[in-house]
Structures are given as structure tokens and as C-alpha cells.
Design a binder for this molecule. Structure first.
Ligand code: ADP
Ligand code: MG
Length: 257
């Protein structure tokens, strides 16, 4: 990962709201997993979400593209209300790309086919055009030479970069990352973080669940700490790390730093 902090001037945060979560609750059966979540994300923001295992981080970001359903409160993405209306869900999924801890690539498709599948079948893009676009993104994540290989032939870091390229092929306005480096061997973490830093510089709105606190300091304009299904604290990174307010945040930071 490059050492210097990203110049904040490189990344303009717009006044426009990308995501608005208001009074949102979610239950898994009887288990109250998310409690009164309120979060506004403006276009161009890079938000890092951290917190202990089981605190609801994955569930929260999965609610944003309806991989999980919330039961109370509201979630709006790009001004569209996330409800049971399939048209709305579809429209929101067009806006939002997601990268998972375990890459979730299709093992029986080549890298290039993984990247062109959704553009061709969902967006009805001509194959040639989809392939050209995919190659552009594979270059951006620095693995155009792997296009003809299968995921199993790549390292974990390379597979995760393919997963990022695949998401970008759908031209999302917002990218969600759920612990994208936590399944990787240590030497591969920085090659994935570098791609994410590059994406941040390009102005992408990003919500990243990660415990890579170096990344948070360099890239995030806000860090959110969750515990027990609640947002306990949020602050800009410097304040968050040097002057955490809640005891739970202090305890968490003492365990991971
Ligand atoms: P985190 O990502 O912060 O580790 P999760 O959002 O994955 O936390 O999980 C929050 C809590 O919800 C945990 O206690 C977890 O066991 C529980 N949980 C997650 N997914 C499900 C599910 N599909 N059904 C029931 N409980 C779940
Ligand atoms: Mg998780």
C-alpha cells in the first residue's frame, strides 16, 4: 500500500445523498440484529465500518442491496426507497456493487467470462463490447494477462481483484466491500487495498467493512464503529483512532491495533 495519505482534495464529497438509512431495524427470527440504524452517506464518501465479530456489519451492508431484508425504518439508495417493489430493488442493485470476503467468483467460468456474464445477460450488452469493457477493468486491477484463466488458477489476491473488476463492469455508483482482505494471505492484502485506494481516488462512493486500520486512516473520511447491532460511534479517522469516545470503541481498538 502506498505510504502517503491520500490528498483529500483528490476526492470531492458531493452534497448529494447516495444512501440514507433512517431508524432501520432488522431481526433474524426473534434475534434483534440491527437496532435503530441511522446513516447518511453522500456521494464520494469513503466510509470504513468496523466492530467486533457478530456486531451486524455484514447484515447492515447486505441490507443496502437487499441481500437481507430490513423490517422497520427506511433505506433509500440514490433517492429510491428499498421496499418489496421489485422494480426498486432492481434499480438499486444497478447502482450498487458488492465485493465479498470469499470472492464468490464462478469457478467454471474464465476471469473474462466472470466479468462479462452480468453485462451480457442482465444489461444485454453485445459480447464484444462487454469484453472490451471487462479488459479495461482487468487492466485497472492490473491482471489483464489472467483473462483466459479460471479462478482456481489464480492467487487469492488476484481472485479478489477479479471480483472487484467484475463489479465495476456493471458501472456501479456505490461499492460495498465486506471484509475483502480478511480471507487473504498477508502478502496479498496490499495488492487488493491498492486497488481499493485507486477506486477511492476515482471518486467512488465506498462502504468498506474492514479491520485494515491503515487503509481506514489513508482512505476513509469517516469511520463507523458497530457493536451489538448498533452504531456506537462515528468520527473522522484521526479523531476516531486518537480520541475514541466510547469504552467499547476503546476496548475494540486496543484489541486490534
Ligand atoms: P458481523 O459481520 O459484524 O460479524 P453479522 O452481520 O454477520 O456480523 O451477524 C450479526 C449477528 O447476526 C451474529 O450474531 C450472527 O450470528 C447473526 N446472523 C447472521 N446471519 C444470520 C442469519 N442468516 N440467521 C440468523 N442469524 C444470523
Ligand atoms: Mg461480517
Amino acid at each position: 500500500m502506498s505510504e502517503q495519505a491520500i490528498e483529500t482534495t483528490e476526492m470531492q464529497i458531493s452534497d448529494e445523498v447516495a444512501i440514507e438509512i433512517t431508524g432501520m431495524h432488522k431481526w433474524y427470527g426473534d434475534f434483534h440484529v440491527l437496532k435503530n440504524i441511522n446513516l447518511q452517506v453522500r456521494r464520494g464518501e469513503r466510509i470504513v465500518i468496523c466492530g467486533p465479530s457478530g456486531s451486524g456489519k455484514s447484515t447492515m451492508i447486505r441490507c443496502i442491496n437487499r441481500l437481507e431484508e430490513h423490517q422497520q425504518g427506511s433505506i433509500q439508495v440514490g433517492g429510491i426507497e428499498l421496499s418489496n417493489d421489485l422494480k426498486n430493488i432492481d434499480a438499486i442493485r444497478r447502482e450498487v456493487g458488492m465485493v465479498f470476503q470469499h470472492f464468490n467468483l464462478f469457478p467454471h467460468l474464465t476471469v473474462l467470462e466472470n466479468c462479462t456474464l452480468a453485462p451480457i445477460w442482465v444489461r444485454k450488452m453485445p459480447k464484444r463490447e462487454a469484453e472490451e469493457a471487462a479488459m479495461k477493468y482487468l487492466e485497472r486491477v492490473k491482471i489483464p494477462d489472467q483473462a483466459k484463466k479460471y479462478p482456481g488458477q489464480l492467487s487469492g489476491g488476484q481472485q479478489q481483484r477479479v471480483a472487484i473488476a467484475r463489479s465495476l463492469c456493471m458501472n456501479p455508483e456505490i461499492m460495498l466491500f465486506d471484509e475483502p482482505t480478511s480471507a487473504l494471505d498477508p502478502e496479498m492484502i496490499s495488492e487488493v487495498l491498492d486497488v481499493m485506494i485507486d477506486l477511492a481516488k476515482s471518486g467512488m462512493t465506498m462502504l468498506c467493512v474492514t479491520h485494515e486500520m491503515g487503509f481506514a486512516r489513508k482512505v476513509a473520511n469517516r469511520v463507523i464503529f458497530m457493536d451489538g447491532g448498533e452504531i456506537i460511534e462515528e468520527n473522522e479517522p484521526e479523531q476516531f483512532f486518537t480520541n475514541p469516545k466510547s469504552d467499547r470503541t476503546k476496548l475494540f481498538l486496543s484489541q486490534i491495533l
